[in-house]
Structure formats: structure tokens, C-alpha cells
Design a protein around this ligand. Sequence first.
Ligand code: THU
Length: 132
Amino acid sequence: MDKEQLMQQARSIKQHAYVPYSKFPVGAAFLMTDDRVITGVNVENVSFGATNCAERTAMFTAMAEGYQKGDFKAVAVAGDTEDFLPPCAICRQVMAELCPPDMPIYLTNAKGEISTHTLREILPLAFTDLDM
Ligand code: THU
């Protein structure tokens, strides 16, 4: 599974997003250490704070399926944006809990280009269990 294939899964799951308020569908696809892919979409709520982003939906689904901290190998995120769509700060914090700091994060834009980052790069000085 290469980054293009992972991104394709993020793009295609996006159609399941529940976004009556923002009309801003997002899809996320995590590659797991056993090479399975776990996807997620954003699910909004009329009480806006109850909204769950695509990335967290996917991570929580993976945990519910029995995966553990450290079983996440890469993630691709896709929206309908012109520019690369980065994960929100809450999702970065959840990634910091469950995913390795060097995990690749693939973002895409309207041209279909993919930019690659690491979790460490997008969440420097993360607060983790090691800080407690
Ligand atoms: N959203 C995501 O699902 N992931 C991101 O990376 C950025 C934002 C969602 C939350 C909300 O449903 C909508 O996009 C607009 O903020």
C-alpha cells in the first residue's frame, strides 16, 4: 500500500461524511502495522462541539477493533480544499497519544498532489504521557 493508494481510500470514504452544517466533508485513512486500512469521516452535530473529525473517527474505530497504541503506521487526509488540508489540533493531540512521532502524515490538494509530514513536525513539543 503506497501513499497514493492510502490517499485514494481517504478520498473515497469522504462521501460518507455527515456534514449538514459545514458542508465540508473530510476523509481519513490510517494504514495499520498489519497493513490493514482503517478509515473515518467527520460526523457533525447541531451542538457543534460534539463534532468528531475524520481523523479521530478513524483512530477510535481502530481502537474499537482491537488495535493498540503504536499500531498506526501512516495516515492520509482528504478534503475538498484547494490547498493541503491539515489535521486540527485536537486530532494532532490524539495522534500524539496513539501514533509514533515519526508517523508519516499525507495531505492532498485539489491538484491531487500529496505533501508528506511527520507527526513530530506538525505537533512539536507535544504533551505526552512521558511528561507526567
Ligand atoms: N475536520 C476534519 O474532519 N478534519 C480536519 O482535518 C479538519 C476539520 C472537520 C470538522 C468539521 O466537521 C469540518 O471539518 C469543518 O471544520
